[in-house]
Design a protein around this ligand. Sequence first.
Ligand code: UGA
Length: 425
Amino acid sequence: MARIAVFGLGYVGITTALGFAELGHSIVGFDVSASKVESLNLGLIPIYEEGLLDSLKSSTDQNLIEFTLDPKAALKGADFVFLCVPTPMKVGGSADLTYVDTALSLIAENLEHQTVIVLKSTLPLGTGNSIKDMFTNLRNPMAYNPEFLREGTALADFRNPDRIIIGADDTNTAAAVAEIYKTIDSPVLLTGFGEAELIKYASNAFLAVKISFINEIAHLAEATKVNISHVSKGIGLDKRIGDKFLNPGPGWGGSCFPKDSRELVTTAANVGVRLGILEAAIAGNEEVKDRIVAHAHNALGSNLSGKRIAVWGLTFKAKTDDIRDSPSVDVIRRLQAAGANVIAFDPVVKSMSIQGVDLAESALGACRGSDLLILMTEWPEFVEENANEVAQSMRNRNLIDTRRILDHSSWERHFKNFIVLGGVS
Ligand code: UGA
């Protein structure tokens, strides 16, 4: 079993650390945040992510995992160090590599022997080579092993991946990294560094294109009164297309698709290549949000000032507390710009920094006295709400379901306007 240091304890780092501990490896997690390290050592998970708490307890009980603020202690005797720090987006669309650089500097100062450095953070094309140029004192073998962990199901994705991609300049290094995963039943693809970088970006970009495509078809279905749910199902039954990521909705958001798709467009442009399909998918993703706002105007008129709009769901999808690049937040900003007062409710987000948005304590509470309710995130608890009670509490009975999860037949009769994004199923 290997000794593994994990640098960066966000959702990717914690999941990677716990996933490897579950495979029997001995793990030391490092982060610069004292509160994160302290809470993990107390057996608490600082983020909202299914399954991590039980996994932490089990690995801690078996003495397989510990967390430290000391990089030297984390790297002592490590066979591998996994870099899991964020690569957020800079203004202009390229990735900000400050955290990667800082973490690598710490690693370079504290590495003791031939530890294999494995980069897991999403790295723009060519970063591997520039890292090797910058950290010439880092002679240790290096590999890139991109993560394909969805927020909300990250641990399940670690345990049961569709594939494991390992990019390295030499096959021995790639094979050594593959060895850590050997008890996981999954195809393993060993490639070069650049190929692994592009696989990561192209995977996210392809999924983003797929969703933008179904959102465009959903727009057409809505205009022609065709049932998009049946269309999605019918398309997805073709094995060449596949049934995943064909759910129409308010657009893709989160910390990955928006950032990675823009980064890929920027990287391509820098070498004179235009990614027209991806650019169209990005533009289409903005248009979905415009359509939601247009529906709000259709229901309430062109001037939204004095209108009170209730929003159900703030996170970019259910089962996460992440509001980064959330379609909900985007739509709220647009409604506010048109003069609306917005009151939101989310089952897990209990504080937020959008100026002028009040947070209600319950889904029903958000609706009281409102002129329009917009369901933005597919939290299952919204389906359980009582349609009659919700409608009764509103000043005007207008409803937009952007996730298509409310049962149309039981909700419609309580509302003057019930708009289902993509049309009624
Ligand atoms: C995504 C990828 O799915 C992971 O494989 C990848 O590792 C991760 O990014 C990353 O790069 O770190 P995540 O952002 O957590 O994971 O979320 P997804 O489940 O992929 O959803 C992304 C967005 O697409 C959400 O806003 C979701 O609501 C939307 N979506 C997804 C749809 O609108 N329709 C669908 O059918 C599926």
